[in-house]
Design a protein around this ligand. Sequence first.
Ligand code: BTN
Length: 336
Amino acid sequence: MKTADATILYLLRNAAQPVPIPELAQAARLSPSELAERIAGLEQAGFGIELIPHLGYRLRETPDRLIADDLAALLGPEPRRIGREIVVFEETGSTNDVAARMARDGAGEGLVVFAERQTGGRGRLGRAWASAAHLGLWFSLLLRPRFPLTQWPRLTTWAAVAIARAIETALPGTRAMIKWPNDIYLRGRKAVGILIEGSGAGEERFAIVGIGVNVNHLEGDFPPEVAARAGSLRGSLREDGPAPEEPPPLERPAIAVTLLDELDRLYPALEDRFPEILAEAEQRSLLLGKWVRATTPGGVIEGIAEGLESDGRLRLRRRDGETVLFSGGEEVTLSH
Ligand code: BTN
């Protein structure tokens, strides 16, 4: 654990019993009075920490806030690539921009930048991404892929599969589908978007994987222009019926960590076992086998979405039998 707060939170979060003061102080390398100060700081940040006489400290409640030390505590001490460094901003323009700036300043692969609110969140094809405060997970990963630039479309497929798996781990019983190339749908609504940006030039070689996850949104929380299509993890748990109750809010820090764990676990497969990722993306696809419409700068192309190429591009077969490949710069939707 990198900081005293992360160590304290790690021990408190993983203890079934109150943790004795000497144990906490020693692990965090603090004197008992310094420990008391740190505990007061954590309480101010929203953690409910109780001192049980003669026994030690116990964690009673945790805040619905993303806190870098708490995310580190939830991830645990094992070495990892994605999430080895985490920063959290209360507000920023776009986490993709912050991560790119940090990449240019030399930050290492695996950095994750979260923001509780984005004022300039963006999506593919120049669209805005609504990033309301404390309702979702808005974050960007910094990667420094060793494979050639031409293979970078793989990143979207990898991220989509890892995120789909993580959602199913966090919400057992849920089926997460991928709408090629970068959207995750839950019960017919888009709950996640992925935006890959980067720079392939020499020293500056890096990729930023921007991920927006709608977590606790209810219907009225989306801007009107996307409300008909947008969904959230919480919303996907809503029961059907005449007067369904709203499901309780989900714990965003725990979901953030499940996502980072799955992205980290699947990262080596990007180089070694990409065909497995592709096969899973095909199984989860909302488009494959269906008649779709691709809107490209050169016009509209219609055809059957036939499969994914070895680098993640979408293969369409037109009515005249000709095959067309798409790499993600187009809008592809189901034809009705
Ligand atoms: C899309 O669906 O078109 C992609 C949306 C990506 C949104 C995320 S939120 C975190 C990161 N920062 C941004 O400005 N965009 C991505």
